[in-house]
Design a binder for this molecule. Structure first.
Ligand code: NOJ
Ligand code: CA
Length: 730
């Protein structure tokens, strides 16, 4: 370790255009403090940084000091500037500029002789900072009790929040003031989710979108979360007595750590980081040299900038996959919605309440007659995909084990290689390939992560053998090994292990129920999708609010694309099933989601027969691209409306989508982004007069005209509706 002079410094650093400024110092107790402004307005008031370590019974003598909170002085400060433009393998734009000013402050804790570094990157649209722990005698292995990063808000902002939870994000977003979070928490939780683990009456998830009373949009999230637990935020309000109170409920609700933090509570309206624990209640096991993920604060006075922001991708490392030619944007349909809705089943037989994979002869069991992943049906989906230019067909329930997959403690649930007797894996893949279509693999792990790791090599080899190049993984239920959580350090390591193993096999990953994304898809672009929020499946479980999709791009999508599985045309499910639930969206609104919910992986989720009834509207799903050279957010307000125009990769064609909440919206779109002097065939799919997400969802109109740069489109969106436009260059 370096012998560093004990000098107190304070650093100020501005973003390249000067709009954002960060001030950094240590206070009179040696606690690191930062603050942040945007155009001179307070975004983060002075807030402490630091970590509490846990006593490590294996630590050598003198190494069991747990304080990484105070007693620091700034030993060194370095500033630098960085400016590069990089090309994502897939994305919303062909190139991304990564331009920031950096401040790296080395801090020395005199009593322990420990050294940490806090690095700030200040962009024009936000700030990222992280803790780094260099290799040193006095700090090598350490356990984290809690990270104590504070984000002091300047007022009682409006917030779009999800209950902080160690295991699920599949909840409706709440829109309240910060001061109302506590009273709304209990009703905000859907306790029926397959694993709920709430930790506090004021704990919320990131990415957290806020709006100040004077119109600043502020978003807190994290970037590059690897080998570290997912961060939540615990709000200190005027009722907070100590961190981490117990709320209870759910299948594995958390018992809080017995000892409240010894450090004083910050002022009300301060968020404090709260990491996801592992099965022992600890928040992380670290070895130097190492670092935390980036803590991010994005800010603008224009909501559209929040959606165009690339801060989180930029804070991730460049792509680590050398040959990316096998990674491709994908449109797919699937043997899926009919199981979610309850008309058919994943399992093959209903005869056994439990099965052991090695003790059953599948050829002699009685089929239930509802098993959807059968040769005939899969061929029908392949034909549908081939006819409509869809790249892949997801088939769920193809493999043995679904009879008792949802048993919470079953360890050896699936082997990921044995098909049910009515799914001829060789024949179906050959049939698909002969029509230019691929089958999209499905690996539900039932959250038995060790079981998946044990089988993953054979599972990926099987995929390579039959020509699958993408897999949807799933983590329904409580994590096995027991007591662990979906968003812990060890599970985050598991998800990344799967992505890296998949890359070796040239396989793309779409992980459901995994941890919320933090931009790792820049480094590992075979991570083409995640669920990690309430997806379309909830339209079959009672429905989601019409504004849900006008919030997700501000929150969940900040870290990476979502496999939202849009495209429900027959929204009243009772029209074709016994399910009374219905999707709160118009048909034209469903088309808009292919633009507003950016993803390189897009599903056409409804049944082929439902699409065949509305073939003229389905033309938009056939035509729309899912990889882009450019994107322009034209209108946006969280929870109200989003309008975006995107230029399809490698073409001169544009597509525009507009989606609104339950109040309807009128969009005025100036086509000033089109090439001058060029004509475009414009097809508009819009809500018809009288359309309404509840009473008249299938009322749409399709109109065509020729347009040019500078023309104006005025489009009316119905309550819960939207529109989709294709502009094909002539
Ligand atoms: C939950 C996923 O979100 C859904 O898409 C999938 O069909 C089921 N799990 C079964 O794996
Ligand atoms: Ca799910």
């Amino acid at each position: 370790m370096l012998a560093l002079p004990m000098i107190a410094l304070a650093g100020n650093i501005k973003s390249p255009n000067g709009n954002i400024e960060v001030k950094f110092s240590v206070d009179n107790t040696g606690r690191p403090v930062y603050e942040m402004t945007y155009k001179g307005r307070e975004v983060i008031k002075p807030s402490h940084l630091g970590l509490e370590l846990a006593k490590d019974k294996h630590a050598s003598k003198g190494m069991d000091e747990t304080n990484l909170i105070d007693g620091f002085s700034i030993a060194k400060e370095e500033t630098s500037t960085f400016d590069e433009t990089w090309r994502p393998v897939w994305g919303e734009t062909a190139t991304i500029r990564n331009h920031y000013n950096e401040l790296a402050a080395t801090l020395l804790q005199a009593d322990t002789k420990r050294e940490i570094l806090i690095r700030f990157r200040v962009y024009d649209d936000g700030v990222g900072f992280r803790y780094e722990f260099p290799q040193q005698q006095a700090l090598n292995y350490f356990l984290i009790q809690e990270e104590r990063t504070e984000f002091a808000m300047a007022g009682d902002h409006k917030a779009w929040w999800l209950p902080g939870d160690y295991d699920t994000q599949e909840q409706e977003t709440q829109e309240t003031r910060l001061s109302e979070i506590r009273e709304c928490m209990k009703k905000a939780v859907n306790w029926n989710n397959s694993s709920v683990a709430i930790f506090s009456e004021t704990g919320v998830q990131t990415s957290l979108q806020m709006k100040s009373q004077d119109g600043l949009y502020i978003n807190i999230h994290e970037a590059a979360c690897q080998d570290y637990a997912t961060m939540h935020l615990e709000l200190v309000d005027d009722q907070t007595k100590a961190f981490t109170t117990k709320l209870g409920g759910g299948s594995n609700a958390y018992t809080p750590s017995p000892k409240p933090s010894a450090y004083p509570l910050p002022q009300p309206f301060t968020f404090v980081s709260h990491l996801t624990p592992d099965a022992t209640g600890l928040k992380g096991a670290m070895q130097t040299p190492c670092e935390t993920p980036w803590r991010t604060v994005m800010v603008s006075d224009d909501a559209r900038d929040m959606l165009a922001n690339n801060l989180i991708l930029n804070l991730n490392e460049p792509c680590k996959i050398e040959d990316t030619s096998w990674i491709h944007p994908t449109k797919y349909c699937g043997v899926w919605w009919e199981m979610i809705v309850g008309k058919s089943s994943w399992n093959y037989t209903d005869d056994f309440p439990s099965i052991k994979l090695d003790k059953i002869d599948w050829n002699s069991v009685k089929p239930n007659g509802r098993h959807a992943a059968n040769n005939e049906k899969v061929k029908r989906y392949i034909d549908f995909a081939a006819k409509n230019g869809l790249d892949e067909v997801l088939v769920e329930g193809w493999n043995v084990g679904w009879e008792d997959w949802a048993n919470m403690w079953k360890r050896d649930v699936f082997d990921f290689v044995t098909p049910y007797p009515d799914f001829d894996i060789k024949m179906l893949n050959e049939y698909a390939h002969s029509k230019g279509v691929k089958i999209l693999m499905h690996h539900e792990t039932s959250s038995s992560s060790q079981n998946y790791e044990r089988h993953i090599k054979e599972a990926f080899e099987l995929m390579n053998k039959y020509g699958y190049d993408a897999v949807k993984t799933g983590y329904v239920g409580d994590i096995i090994p027991r007591g662990d959580h979906h968003y812990s350090q060890s599970m985050n390591n598991h998800y990344l292990y799967v992505v890296k193993e998949a890359a070796k096999h040239h396989i793309m990953i779409n992980a459901h129920e995994a941890t919320r994304p933090t931009g790792l898809c820049r480094t590992w672009p075979n991570l083409v999708g995640n669920e990690s929020a309430r997806g379309t499946e909830y339209e079959a479980f009672g429905g989601s609010n019409p504004d849900h999709t006008c919030i997700l791009p501000f929150t969940r999508l900040q870290g990476g694309p979502m496999d939202y599985t849009p495209g429900i045309f027959v929204t009243k499910l009772s029209e074709w099933s016994d399910n009374p639930s219905w999707a709160r969206i118009t048909l034209a609104g469903s088309l808009a989601l292919y633009l507003t919910m950016y993803s390189p992986l897009q599903m056409a989720a409804d049944l082929p027969e439902n699409y065949e009834k509305f073939d003229d509207a389905f033309q938009f799903i056939r035509d729309v691209a899912c990889d882009w050279d450019d994107s322009k957010y034209l209108e946006a307000e969280p929870g109200d409306y989003i309008t975006v125009a995107r230029k399809a990769k490698g073409t001169d064609n544009w597509f525009i989508g507009g989606k609104c909440d339950e109040n309807g919206h009128t969009s005025v779109i100036k086509l000033d982004f089109l090439d001058k002097g060029r004509k475009y065939e414009c097809t508009i799919y819009a809500d018809a007069k009288g359309a309404h997400y509840e009473t008249n969802p299938q009322a749409y109109t399709i109109s065509k005209r020729v347009v040019k740069a500078g023309d104006i489109l005025k489009l009316k969106e119905a309550p819960g509706g939207g529109f989709a436009v294709s502009l094909i260059a002539k």
